[in-house]
Design a protein around this ligand. Structure first.
Ligand code: RTP
Ligand code: MG
Length: 140
């Protein structure tokens, strides 16, 4: 297995409930290293661009409103097989379907306010990381 970097967001429902440390503890206990991290307020334009792939979906407008409803923490996580490993730790999109012990099972409020984002491929991880971080901000 190769060492990979993936892109992660702790969403507004997580920052609002002061859960950033609890979620980071899940990631760190599982061996993912947080090699970049910052707390930001996404603009509407940023959220629309970031979720552009979903722009024809019925939930797009609500999703963008949710993502700008409060601060988010954007991160780069590094580890063996990090993209798939992180998705496994996150659990299913809908917390009702998420496995025991996953971040979404533990913390998500709903299918929309589901606490975390993670890149779904190595290719998208590189695109998403570059959208939020300068190379100099990532320190392995
Ligand atoms: P993410 O992109 O946030 O890591 O989550 P994901 O791959 O598990 O889910 P995706 O299908 O990419 O959807 C992106 C985000 O949109 C919201 N969503 N709402 N109301 C709905 O039916 C619905 N479906 C998806 C969630 O916040 C989801 O994470
Ligand atoms: Mg997705």
């Amino acid at each position: 297995m190769a060492t990979e970097q993936t892109f992660s967001i702790l969403k507004p429902d997580a920052t609002r409930r002061n859960l950033t440390g609890a979620i980071n503890a899940v990631y760190e206990k599982a061996g993912l290293r947080i090699v970049a991290q910052k707390r930001i307020q996404m603009s509407q334009a940023m959220a629309e661009t970031f979720y552009g792939v979903h722009k024809e979906r019925p939930f797009f407008k609500d999703l963008v409103s949710f993502m700008i409803s409060g601060p988010v923490v954007v991160q780069v996580l590094e580890g063996e097989n990090a993209v798939a490993h992180h998705r496994e730790l996150m659990g299913a999109t809908n917390p009702a379907n998420a496995a025991e012990g996953t971040v979404r099972k533990l913390f998500a409020e709903s299918i929309e306010a589901n606490s975390v984002h993670g890149s779904d491929s190595l290719e998208n991880a590189a695109i998403e990381i570059a959208y939020f971080f300068a190379g100099s901000e990532i320190v392995g």
